[in-house]
Design a protein around this ligand. Sequence first.
Ligand SMILES: Nc1nc2c(ncn2[C@@H]2O[C@H](COP(=O)(O)OP(=O)(O)OP(=O)(O)O)[C@@H](O)[C@H]2O)c(=O)[nH]1
Ligand SMILES: [Zn+2]
Length: 229
Amino acid sequence: MLANDKIVMHGANHNIALSEQAELVRDALLVAGLETPMVDNGLTAEEKRLKIKQSMTAIMQALGLDLNDDSLQDTPNRIAKMYVNEIFSGLDYKNFPKITQIENKMSIDQPVQVTDISLTSTCEHHFVTIDGTATVSYIPNKTVIGLSKINRLVSFFAQRPQVQERLTQQVMVALQALTGTKDVAVSINATHYCVKARGVRDTNSYTKTSSLGGSFNTDRDLRREFFQI
Ligand SMILES: Nc1nc2c(ncn2[C@@H]2O[C@H](COP(=O)(O)OP(=O)(O)OP(=O)(O)O)[C@@H](O)[C@H]2O)c(=O)[nH]1
Ligand SMILES: [Zn+2]
């Protein structure tokens, strides 16, 4: 188990404690070239909320909305809280979930599959909702991961501005790093509200993506079995 916390310097003034697991996953994504493009602006969560609140106020004023209206006046603050604390909380590795693993004493060598994990994310091109499900399968090596932790991992990376392809890959690489096996497969089916609610306004189509690692990629039967779930 990787449980010890350690102090990491982040930005100019902030000592931010990241878990060893968060660091492991972040480093694996960087090496794979799959990290979300981010710049460390050194802002605290409080400073981020304040800046976003001011910017949302400006956007609403530009739209000609009356910020003195009692229904609208708290919207900039609500959005700032929603972005930082909720739908973009996965940009901050301090929010990385604790991933409990147990020794694979049972010598499980068959795929463990978690299907239909519900996810909502946000399209990074339009900042509107992506609504879908994920299926994750892995073949345990030395450890077995707590089942709910797979859902939490999907949720962490979904709480970022995303393209579906990157989200799918990030979940796979994170699980590979945490479990020490390449044998991980992830698929996501999702509706993009930038396609459904605006632009081309297609209300039926959805997007399927998959990332296959290790023997899921090389073993045709395993691959077929995964896609038949
Ligand atoms: N590959 C990929 N594309 C995405 C995803 N989410 C949104 N997009 C697409 O990103 C593209 C952005 O294209 P632009 O032409 O710059 O934006 P736009 O003018 O709003 O395009 P329309 O949506 O066609 O109106 C669109 O085709 C979106 O459908 C995603 O997760 N993966
Ligand atoms: Zn979009």
